[in-house]
Design a protein around this ligand. Structure first.
Ligand SMILES: O=CC(=O)O
Length: 340
């Protein structure tokens, strides 16, 4: 039935037109802790037939051939050999975020499936998170806030001291997109910036390259970790590295928990080897409630907040959709990831 009663108009179809079938996109679930955000569902549905893991598992025979792409949100669904074997038409997996340590890249690529991440979307808000942790830790904001709201008004801290950020030395380990944006922000705080790997952005942010990570650790007041997790960076910061840091220094981790030897970190924080730590990432996440890191008042822990702003999460989903559509149409993806 045509609109406006124009039944005879030749441009209106007399029988129902077949809608082209949208490609099936597998997601873990919608909403809740590990599901794509409800706010993004309408946008995703414009381009894809959204299929949740629950729907897929309930009717594998029907859905397995329809699924052309997977969108991983918060590392879910878990992609393993069994899932890949069950999706014969899968062409591409798009990951929300930049770290791809949740995927077995070789396995996925062995199935002829392309992969993408979203490095363009995440860098600003992750760098903001790093600076937030640095400032909060330096000025002991969490502790101070607890005192400010404490029922014991006598505790009000007249002699409360934090560390000065202005003019302090920041060592950035991992000068990729995010590390570079951290350096831009640190410039505004008149910090001296040292960095270790990669040797590219020096000029733009006035940062000094440290060929040896040891030099950076020895000189920095704040050490910020911004590297990808790979076999080479696993436990990059252990007992030896912590002992090289100044006893007044703070370690800030905004990349992956496994970059740090967490047992060594606990010991260093308990014994004054370093002054403090501010961790947006831990291993595991969340930490068990009896973990010693949760008992230390020289530690700030946040629940992997790096990318979590409305704007960034929306941009991540847009970047993922653009990548998936490109791959499904045989076009280059803007952020394809290849196995090493
Ligand atoms: O964890 C966040 C990311 O990988 O971007």
């Amino acid at each position: 039935m045509a609109l406006c009663g124009l039944k005879a108009c030749p441009f209106f179809p007399t029988k129902k037109m077949e809608q082209p079938e949208l490609p099936g996109l597998l997601v873990n679930e919608v909403g809740r802790a590990y599901g794509v955000l409800e706010a993004h569902v309408d946008f995703l549905k414009k381009h894809f037939h959204l299929i949740t893991m629950k729907e897929f598992l309930e009717n594998k025979t029907y859905f397995s051939r329809k699924i052309k792409a997977i969108y991983l949100w918060w590392h879910r669904p878990v992609v393993d050999r069994e899932l890949l074997q069950n999706l014969p038409n899968l062409k591409v997996i798009a990951n929300s975020g930049v770290g791809m340590d949740n995927l077995d890249l070789k396995l996925v690529s062995g199935f002829g499936v392309k992969m993408a991440n979203s490095p363009h979307a995440v860098s600003s808000s992750t760098a903001d998170t790093g600076m937030t942790l640095l400032l909060a830790s330096a000025r002991r904001i969490v502790e101070a806030s607890q005192i400010a709201v404490s029922p014991d008004i006598e505790c009000f801290p007249g002699n409360w001291m934090g560390e000065e950020v202005t003019g302090a030395t920041l060592g950035i380990i991992g000068m990729g997109n995010i590390g570079y944006k951290v350096a831009l922000r640190a410039n505004a705080f008149e910090m001296k910036i040292l960095y270790h790997n990669r040797k590219e952005e020096e000029q733009a942010v006035g940062a000094i390259y440290c060929k040896k990570i040891e030099n950076l650790l020895q000189q920095s007041d704040f050490v910020m970790l911004v590297v990808s997790l790979t076999p080479e960076t696993h436990k990059l910061i252990g007992k030896r590295e912590l002992e090289l840091m100044k006893p007044t220094a703070t370690l800030i981790n905004i990349c992956r928990g496994r970059i740090v030897d967490q047992d060594a970190l606990v010991e260093a924080l308990q014994t004054g080897v370093i002054k403090a730590a501010a961790l947006d990432v831990t291993y595991p996440e969340p930490l068990p409630r009896d973990h010693p890191l949760l008992k230390l008042n020289n530690v700030i822990i946040t629940p992997h907040l790096g990318i979590k702003t409305h704007k960034t999460t929306r941009m991540i989903t847009e970047e993922a959709v653009a990548n998936i559509l490109a791959a499904l149409n045989g076009l280059p993806m803007c952020s394809e990831v290849f196995p090493n």
